[in-house]
Write a protein that binds this ligand. Structure first.
Ligand code: NDP
Length: 302
């Protein structure tokens, strides 16, 4: 999905959802049931509610079944684990997603560990992380897999390229680094203790910024022609001329206006990586459905 230097994640995600929908219909015809995604939300966090609603809507729009479980904030860990067990055992459920963050009285790692790895469409289970690390088929976290899809669409083979991932979270940075390594990139993972980050970034043909610091990566950190994937989502006061006082806007971790002058290609925020996350979740659910039903799906089918 190319529009000059701008990598259009919104258009790519729409196309991916279209391909998922075609394969989901074929799956239903073959398996005699829809592929199913269960999403569990505990509490009333407004951002989480928006994500869960959007996931449910897009799941249904792709021709898959959506099972939403909304539990009150004071749900105990035991009750949540019981629900996960029920979903593990339910043959109509191919993928299970527990929306994070969970309330502080619930141990997130314990809940993730309870999900059957064959239904772990978020890719957060340690078995999923291990499978990714050793190159076995499994589920890869949606955001980094979406970033990889955008990179391959833009660059084709990534073999031999220098890649710098800024950020080492389990959700984005680490799996991103594993994916790039598997594509035969030379990978550097930078983080808050990295010395002379601009110099490290300047070596890179591919820069993935997953930091959570508004517009931290500057144009003069980039090698001319580098491909820049901006995962960051940061809400900042809108100080642009003409903006209403008190208004905010979303920016990434990269100074987009400057970086687009130097980069070969770059994802905007919004409209870059963001839309890819749910589209990849639907893709992972479709893959899970095929595996769970014992129906073959070619590696390059989606
Ligand atoms: P985390 O806060 O878990 O990780 C941030 C990482 O950035 C850490 O590894 C941290 O290093 C590193 N870091 C912090 N400050 C610096 C610095 N000054 N220089 C270099 N590295 C630094 O965040 P996530 O990985 O969960 O998310 C990153 C960003 O991506 C956020 O803006 C988030 O909103 C966004 N996001 C977007 C998604 C999407 O769908 N588009 C999905 C998920 C996240 P250290 O480990 O040393 O502390």
């Amino acid at each position: 999905m190319s529009n000059g230097k701008i990598i259009d994640g919104k258009a790519f995600a729409e196309d991916l959802r279209g391909r998922v929908a075609v394969l989901a219909a074929q799956f239903e015809a073959h398996a005699g049931r829809k592929a199913g995604l269960a999403v569990v939300l505990v509490g009333e966090d407004p951002a989480s509610q928006v994500y869960v609603r959007s996931k449910g809507k897009q799941t249904v729009a792709c021709g898959m079944a959506s099972f939403e479980h909304k539990l009150p904030e004071d749900t105990g860990e035991g009750a949540l684990l019981d629900l996960v067990e029920k979903l593990n055992a339910d043959p109509a459920v191919d993928g299970i997603l527990v929306q994070l963050p969970l309330p502080p009285h619930i141990d997130e790692q314990k809940v993730i560990a309870a999900i059957n790895p064959d239904k772990d469409v978020d890719g957060f289970h340690v078995i999923s992380a291990g499978r990714l690390a050793v190159g076995q088929p499994g589920f890869v976290p949606c955001t980094p897999l979406g970033c990889l899809m955008l990179l391959k669409d833009r660059l084709g083979s990534l073999s031999g390229l220098d890649a710098v991932v800024i950020g080492r979270s389990n959700i984005v940075g680490k799996p991103m680094a594993q994916l790039l390594l598997a594509e035969s990139c030379t990978v550097t993972v930078a983080h808050s203790r990295t010395r002379d980050l601009p110099a490290v970034v300047r070596r890179a043909d591919i820069v993935v910024a997953a930091v959570g610091r508004a517009e931290m990566v500057k144009a003069d950190w980039l090698k001319p022609g580098a491909t820049v994937i901006d995962v960051g989502i940061n809400r900042v006061p809108d100080t642009r001329p003409g903006a209403e006082p008190g208004k905010t806007r979303l920016v990434g971790d990269v100074d987009y206006a400057g970086a687009i002058q130097v980069a070969g290609a770059i994802t905007p925020v919004p409209g870059g990586v963001g839309p890819m996350t749910i589209a990849v979740l639907l893709r992972n659910t479709l893959v899970a459905a095929h595996r769970n039903a014992g129906i073959a799906l070619a590696d390059d089918a989606i």
